[in-house]
Design a protein around this ligand. Structure first.
Ligand code: PLP
Length: 221
């Protein structure tokens, strides 16, 4: 199957309120252009250098999402153009994004990454760290970032019950964050980024509004 037909068959199964991020890391620009020509405008990359190279070469109506772990010293390279940063998991990183966004006269949208998996190696905040971050004066003073919601990655396992449990937990944290946000009349919290090629249907059943799908569109890496 071609990239365009794989993309279209996945899109046909997504509910209207679910956004598809086509994860194109390691894939050549020609492959991304095939998806672009089939109508895809949101691409996800996990390395800043690679994303910047592709941004330079490709049409400017593409929204670039950074889905990988972000090193503070590299934020400046994507600050002029990045559309959404999924993997924000520290106040220090958020402060750097805020600073670089200000230099570019823009507001950068971010998701806070929560640690929901069993593995120790996956990045992300726990509930306490999330609350501490959101309550901090430093956070409240930042004018050039906007938090749109949360992102999480489930444990790498065949066990569907385990994955489901983790997605439900992320949705629960998301709902309480959104309620708090609504009470303060801020209402920017709208996005819960969860689900990849292997588990996106389950993620959607658990309330995901944004899925990050790579290999099912572009093939294995
Ligand atoms: C690579 C990657 C994906 C996509 O994974 P697939 O299994 O290829 O769909 C999603 N999210 C993150 C954070 C990734 O690094």
């Amino acid at each position: 199957m071609s990239i365009a037909s794989k993309l279209n068959s996945i899109k046909a199964t997504l509910p209207e309120n679910v956004t598809l991020v086509a994860v194109s890391k390691t894939k050549p620009v020609a492959d991304l252009m095939e998806a672009y020509e089939a109508g895809q405008r949101i691409f996800g990359e996990n390395k800043i250098q690679e994303m910047t190279d592709k941004w330079e070469q490709m049409p400017k109506d593409i929204q670039w999402h950074m889905i990988g772990h972000v090193q503070t010293n590299k934020v400046k390279f994507m600050a002029p153009f990045v559309s959404l940063i999924h993997g924000v998991d520290s106040l220090k990183l958020l402060q750097e994004i805020n600073k670089q966004a200000a230099k570019n006269n823009r507001v950068i949208d971010c998701l806070l990454q929560m640690h929901i998996a069993e593995e120790e190696t996956k990045f992300g905040l726990d509930e306490n760290e999330l609350n501490t971050l959101l309550a901090s004066t430093e956070f409240k003073e930042m004018k050039n970032i906007r938090i749109l919601g949360l992102m999480g990655m489930a444990t790498f396992t065949e066990n569907q019950n385990q994955i489901k449990k983790e997605f439900i937990y992320l949705k629960y944290i998301f709902d309480s964050l959104r309620d708090r946000d609504a009470q303060q009349c801020i209402s920017t919290i709208s996005t819960i980024s969860m689900g990849m090629s292997g588990d996106y249907q389950l993620a959607i059943a658990c309330g995901s509004t944004m899925v990050r799908i790579g290999s099912s569109i572009f093939g294995g890496r």
